[in-house]
Design a protein around this ligand. Structure first.
Ligand code: CP
Length: 305
């Protein structure tokens, strides 16, 4: 059984196989889960893109959806994450997609015998966002090798950054970080810290991160206009980007903070393409955890090592 909870142990060949699956789905290939199995979505934190694109992916693959409303379920009576997921398993769910504010929440679920998909664990990881981001970059540059990626902003609180940096480096990209001192303090990522000027003028991919207001203490908050001036992608900075360089942001984006509002749909922005690719990436992940290994490999162009 495959879980999809962290990118830590995903080999480059498994990532490539997932990307191939996602691309084939985008090209119109189909795969249907047999017997319309139930799949549960359990979101303890708000979500638009991740939750809805998992739902679209699940419907396209023929799953029946079990949508757990954290606000009206017995979570409100104090039921634990383990007991909630164990209940979903007892009700017949064949897999569960979970977003939770606890970093590495999935370690509480090690005795659960259905696949667990991490849809975001606190400021830990966001592995499905990582797959759609890598898919978007690969579509643009064909390969990740030697692509210069500048990850900019609230790195410290970003689960997107933590997954993306690991995988981008594993696939051969050069990753640099830029942003305020207290938010780019992530030595465990092993990336060079650069100025905004260098990030914007040398990157092939300017990957902006959302300012995670909900994870900041009162002392850690920054003025939105100051942030935009110092670390945002302003209209002036965009003019200094390389020809062919692209803008990415996982969303939701704070217009006028991480990015000038006019740039959200600029010709070099891939922000809405990321969202579109999210459906295909999540179809690939669902197949990876739910299909027999032979079926997953059969759909791919190369075997998983
Ligand atoms: N990118 C992302 O995780 O967006 P949502 O919080 O809307 O799911």
């Amino acid at each position: 059984m495959n879980h999809f909870t962290t990118v830590e142990h995903l080999s480059a060949s498994t990532i490539h196989a997932l990307l191939q699956e996602a691309t084939l789905f985008k090209e119109g290939k189909t795969w249907m889960s047999s017997g319309a199995p139930l799949i549960a979505n359990l979101f303890y934190e708000p979500s638009t893109r991740t939750k809805l694109s998992f739902e679209v992916a699940q419907r396209r693959l023929g799953f029946q959806l079990l949508d757990v409303d954290a606000e009206t379920s017995s979570i409100q009576k104090g039921e634990s994450l383990y007991d909630t997921v164990r209940t979903l398993q007892a009700l017949g769910a064949s897999a569960v997609v979970v977003r939770h504010s606890d970093q590495r929440f999935y370690e509480q679920l090690k005795d659960i015998s259905i696949p667990v998909i991490n849809a975001g664990d606190g400021h830990g990881e966001h592995p499905s966002q990582c797959l759609l981001d890598v898919m978007t970059i690969k579509e643009e540059f064909k390969s990740l090798a030697d692509v210069n990626v500048a990850v900019i902003g609230d790195v410290y609180h970003s689960r997107v950054a933590r997954s993306n940096v690991q995988v981008l480096k594993r696939l051969g990209a050069n990753v640099m970080l830029a942003g305020p001192d207290d938010w780019v303090n992530a030595p465990e990522l092993g990336c060079e810290r650069v100025s905004m000027e260098r990030a914007v003028t040398t990157a092939d991919v300017v990957m902006l991160l959302r300012v995670q207001h909900e994870r900041h203490t009162k002392d850690g908050r920054k003025d939105a206009a100051d942030y935009h001036e110092q670390y945002g992608l302003t209209l002036e900075r965009e003019k200094r980007m390389k020809p062919g360089a692209i803008i990415m942001h996982p969303g939701p984006f704070n217009r006028g903070v991480e990015i000038a509002s006019e740039l959200v749909e600029a010709p070099r922005s891939r922000i809405f393409k990321q969202m579109e690719n999210g459906v295909y990436a999540r179809m690939a992940i669902l197949k990876y955890v739910c299909a027999p290994a032979a079926e997953f490999m059969a759909h791919s162009r190369e075997p998983i090592k």
